[in-house]
Ligand binder design. Structure first.
Ligand code: NAP
Length: 309
């Protein structure tokens, strides 16, 4: 059993980092495997103002603090992409391009990724005017005109952020009321229409540009069926996320959208396999709920190991 980890955590966003901290404190022999940049989606959040006790912090700073905390406790992290999982047996096998690891339990914290509009021009102009991350790319659009698509927290937060630097921001929402929390709506609506113009019941049909960059979007009003074109320099798509559950979606129970179904203890349909954070089917996907899942899943894994090994 020497080369077998008690726990392997896949992913190092807030769920994975909270799980790492709890696993170190529980003295479980633990490995974190992370595919790319550590930190998860929160790294791209400009301002996090709802994590208790830490007001006014950027997503990057908060995720760095979480990682430093886990490292201080001695967590082992490897930057390797997990490409296959064999998790039916009591000892789980985790395969990366150059190695294979064994563990008594695993926690999947692979998060979610941006959902796409799926319209003409979106793919073609990604990185040339189409972006999914205002905090990453907003600075390229200083004093320019941009459109933000969506009506949730992300789209409204992006529109507020972009209004600080752009000449004009259009917020295009397919319904006539925003889904975003009231505090964000209020802060968006403080801007005059010259700065932030909300186009209700409006959907984007096509993103149009020249051989280099985006020049305009064609939109239609889904109530009046009226079509029009708006000249813009950039389009920020903020229409939600999709789970990164490809690795396990055929191995454990998932819902129709691919989110992993767990109980309140973060247990999946397979023994010794847990899911935490945005990849899990849940009501509220926030940093605090991801961190809570990380803690809960380690508590469950610890009990499972004590009872089964
Ligand atoms: P979301 O809450 O699911 O909102 C997605 C928005 O995009 C909705 O307004 C939806 O319209 C719209 N939409 C979806 N598909 C569309 C399509 N094909 N075309 C046009 N519009 C489309 O997603 P999110 O804003 O990305 O947020 C994800 C999660 O992160 C949420 O749980 C959110 O609360 C959380 N979050 C929290 C904070 C914070 O607390 N500071 C910040 C960021 C994110 P409908 O409204 O018509 O469905």
């Amino acid at each position: 059993m020497d080369n077998i980890y008690d726990l392997i955590i896949i992913g190092s966003g807030p769920a994975g980092m909270a799980a790492s901290i709890y696993a170190q404190r529980a003295m479980l022999k633990t490995l974190v495997l992370e595919k790319g940049m550590p930190g998860g989606q929160v790294v791209n959040t400009y301002e996090v103002d709802n994590y208790p006790g830490i007001p006014d912090i950027t997503g990057f700073e908060l995720s760095t603090k979480m990682r430093e905390h886990a490292e201080k406790l001695g967590i082992e992290v490897k930057s390797e992409e997990v490409i296959e999982l064999f998790i039916d047996e009591q000892i789980k096998k985790i395969v990366t391009p150059n190695s294979e690891y064994k563990a008594k339990s695993i926690i999947v914290c692979t998060g979610a990724r941006w959902r796409k509009l799926g319209i003409k021009g979106e793919e073609e102009y990604t990185g040339r005017g189409v972006s999914y991350c205002a905090t990453c790319d907003g600075a390229f659009f200083r004093n320019k005109t941009v459109a933000v698509v969506g009506g949730g927290d992300v789209a409204v937060e992006d529109a507020i952020f972009l209004a600080r630097m752009c000449k004009r921001v259009y917020l295009l929402h397919r319904r006539d009321e925003l889904r975003a929390v009231k505090i964000l709506q209020d802060s968006l609506l403080k801007h005059d229409e010259e700065k932030v113009k909300i186009l209700w019941n409006t959907e984007v049909k096509e993103i149009i540009g020249n051989s280099e960059q985006v020049e305009k979007i064609s939109v239609f009003n889904n109530k009046t069926n009226e079509e029009s074109e708006i000249e813009i320099d950039g389009v920020f798509v903020g229409i939600g996320t999709q789970p990164n559950s490809g690795l396990i979606k055929d191995k454990v129970k998932c819902d129709d959208l691919g989110y992993v179904i767990t109980n309140n203890s973060c247990e999946t349909s397979l023994k010794g396999v847990y899911a935490a954070g945005d990849v899990r089917q849940k009501t509220l996907r926030q940093i605090i709920t991801a961190a809570a899942d990380g803690a809960t899943s380690v508590y469950s894994a610890e009990r499972y190991i004590l009872e089964n090994f």
